[in-house]
Write a protein that binds this ligand. Sequence first.
Ligand SMILES: Nc1nc2c(c(=O)[nH]1)N[C@H]1C(S)=C(S)[C@@H](COP(=O)(O)OP(=O)(O)OC[C@H]3O[C@@H](n4cnc5c(=O)[nH]c(N)nc54)[C@H](O)[C@@H]3O)O[C@H]1N2
Ligand SMILES: Nc1nc2c(c(=O)[nH]1)N[C@H]1C(S)=C(S)[C@@H](COP(=O)(O)OP(=O)(O)OC[C@H]3O[C@@H](n4cnc5c(=O)[nH]c(N)nc54)[C@H](O)[C@@H]3O)O[C@H]1N2
Ligand code: SF4
Ligand SMILES: [Mo]
Length: 890
Amino acid sequence: MAVEVQTTCPYCGVGCGVLATIDEAGNVSVKGDPAHPANLGRLCSKGAALADTIGMEGRLLYPEIAGTAHGWDNALDYTAQRFREILDTHGPEAIAFYVSGQLTTEDYYAANKLMKGFIGSANIDTNSRLCMSSAVAAHKRAFGSDTVPCSYTDLERAKLIVLAGSNAAWCHPVLFQRIVRAKKDNPDLMVVVIDPRVTPSCDIADLHLAIRPGTDHVLFNGLLVHLDESDERNALFVANFTEGLDKALAAARETAGSVAKVAEACDLPTEQVEAFYRLFARTERVVSVFSQGMNQWSFGTDKINSLINCHLLTGRIGRPGMGPFSFTGQPNAMGGREVGGLANQLAAHMELDDPEHRRIVQAFWQAPTLPEKPGLKAVELFEAIEAGKVKAVWIMATNPAVSLPDAGRMRRALESCEFVVVSDCVRDTDTTRYAHVRFPAQTWGEREGTVTNSERRISRQRAFLPTPGQARPDWWMVQQIARRLGFEDAFAWRNAADIFREHAALSAAENDGSRDFDLGGLRAITDAEYDALRPVQWPVREGRSNGDGTRLFEDGRFFTPGGRARFVAVGAHAPAETPDAEYPLVLNTGRIRDQWHTMTRTGKSARLSGHIIEPFAELHPDDAAAAAIADGDLVEVVSRRGAIVVRARLHEGQRRGSVFVPMHWNDQFAACAAVDTLTAAATDPVSGQPEFKHTPVRVAPWPASWYGFLISRRRLPMVTTGYWALSRGKGVWRYELAGRELPDDWARCARELLCQHAEQVEWIEYHDKGQHRYRAARIENGRLESVIFIGPDPKLPERDWLLKLFADGQLAERDRMAILTGKPATGQHDVGPIVCACFGVGRNVLVNTIREQHLTTPEAVGEVLRAGTNCGSCVPEIREIIAEVLGDAE
Ligand SMILES: Nc1nc2c(c(=O)[nH]1)N[C@H]1C(S)=C(S)[C@@H](COP(=O)(O)OP(=O)(O)OC[C@H]3O[C@@H](n4cnc5c(=O)[nH]c(N)nc54)[C@H](O)[C@@H]3O)O[C@H]1N2
Ligand SMILES: Nc1nc2c(c(=O)[nH]1)N[C@H]1C(S)=C(S)[C@@H](COP(=O)(O)OP(=O)(O)OC[C@H]3O[C@@H](n4cnc5c(=O)[nH]c(N)nc54)[C@H](O)[C@@H]3O)O[C@H]1N2
Ligand code: SF4
Ligand SMILES: [Mo]
């Protein structure tokens, strides 16, 4: 009998409910959970493709010491002994944990408790430092607590939604679709997008402010002045519930005294600034969504406070359909904040530097000691590793060799570190390469726990798959190390439910409403109730088992000492590095629709990988022309710290002077494309968040003397060429290739690459030495095993027919010929890059159908091809293709 389990998506902070079904044969399928309030049955392309990503390929299955498999006891004893030695010799500050918003709350709670309560240093920080720490810091400055005051239903109740530095269409797709729907239901709902470049989120924008990078605080300071001058101040709210307006207004006047000044600073037409200000001023129900375009700056905290200031001045907070709304990135970004996973927090929204809070936590944990000062924030932590001050680091569920700024330097730091432990579910990542010990972790589908989404809703992740090999939950590993360090009693949990109850009880300890985060109502739930836990929003105070409906700040009371919200005075700011003659362009980094971070999961799915198969740099055509770069060329992007080689994509919507490179590619998927080897480790002085959105670079053609591609059933060791990028096709691996030097003998090279360890291979090849064209195929038992195509320019044969030959099974004679001539025997054409991942509709199919059938709307395209009719994430791209085809036809 098939079994259906309710769980939560492991990707973004929307926190969609997923129904996973596993049938008798062990096949897994997923669909959206109609009963989950976050998504009401919807999923985006990534969620819908979850079943593609659960295979065993690449999994880390056994504990390893120095690359050799060991039993758990050995690996744990060894690790605890190394920690103990370092602790005894160098003290608690020499040990650090670097954890992740992808851990469950229970894992996170355990790691934080061990470090802060028992090892006795605060050196635990998380990748949330790179992600949400500016939002946390801004919330605390404004509200006295890290409180997100909005819920998803506020998006449906709003009359104006501002997307500030958020590409929700690709990064929070299900919320974006809720906004799309709300706009259909209520055509008066206005959407303003603030982003230096045109993104798919602009698809529904009534106004797009293509702002100069890093000037949002000027825009919002100007708005504050405008609101005040046009009498939009909510005088009662400001007088009764806030403090600090005068200073904030004075600072705003200084930096953004007039619309003209704002327009100039932000490089926007005056009319656009005026239009935005008018719209904001006259609309009471405004939700201001913000994300990494605001957070990831060396003054991200100030940027966010300048936005929150506008909500405080107008009193637009704590009521339906309004408020500042941080869309969180990772599935458990919020849970990590609840347990105090950042180096400057304690636990349960308590503060390290508050003696009362320290007393409460120490008593509750029965901890021998608690640190009195904050620990090292992510970048500082790796700098301390580099300096040899931190001698042991335990990395859990994050891939810092790829995702930290100035990653080359951070890699060298890891290389020099005395003792590196990495817990991951994947064996080979750019980070596990530096591990002395690897711990195999359970992952989504296997683990039990809770995660909290952007609207403070706690949902269960539930297991529906057997745990492979020796994988274990992350909290269990922490517990085992804690016991071996001598802290048996404080880590005596039997299961995740035990930890959850402890966490809930701590949140309620001496709380009485003095702290926003309170799960008192859940502290005594039974194991069965935990297993059946329905998605619930906090706070859930004692005596209530369901927190839904609590609107924070409804009564105008905040969690500052005086109970008043604080305006923050925001002055002038500039990015840490400015462009110059040598590095004239600004590198902006972020995400694409169908990849998740460092690709360890999404990189396994052919449907997701088909959307964009290579790392790229998106350039404005004018900037490209100035550097003699054409669309599809390989280019080198160089900063003061490093260089990468990626494919150029020209886009009119890119801002002149800026170049956008996705953060996803790394050494497992490309020769040289990890963009964080370029970014600077400059951080926000308040939050410690790095400036990922602004690095001066230059972009130049990367001249290749040959181009090629390779398709293989096996993943190959890629060492031989200058450029390669790997992506998943159905049942195969795809490599795009290019090189600067022509090898003497193609046939030898190709055989070396494709026929390794194979004794007898059937091998067919074609070589035109004069034209530098080479094609070869390896055939095994009558089936295609691998093919390689080489040519003198990037114009290589189409690929889909070849992919189909791999899927077909036995290779027909005419197809052998076709491979050698480089053209499909059937005259079949490529579907092109996958635009609609749900129905596998490619770009070429869209272009042809739109042209031939004169389709003019995404709805019409949907009727003919189904594209865009399921999750809707590709609708902006379909609209863009329609515009292109119509433009060509004119
Ligand atoms: N598909 C996909 N979705 C994801 C993720 C993923 O890896 N893949 N990751 C998740 C995570 S952890 C996170 S944190 C979120 C991030 O979600 P987002 O923050 O929406 O994503 P980003 O692409 O990092 O950046 C958003 C936008 O900020 C813009 N920007 C750059 N500089 C500025 C500026 O100065 N001002 C303004 N206003 N905008 C600017 C960029 O052009 C970009 O379009 O996504 C989550 N969702
Ligand atoms: N240039 C640039 N850099 C960025 C950003 C940017 O916008 N631009 N964004 C930053 C942001 S917002 C973020 S959130 C980070 C994300 O960056 P990372 O956190 O480094 O990226 P992930 O690929 O999500 O890494 C998660 C790791 O955990 C493993 N894993 C998955 N499930 C489990 C589990 O259950 N247990 C354990 N132990 N391991 C597991 C995965 O295999 C993977 O190796 O990148 C940051 N870096
Ligand atoms: S919107 Fe986010 S949580 Fe929902 S299915 Fe997509 S990736 Fe998963
Ligand atoms: Mo993030």
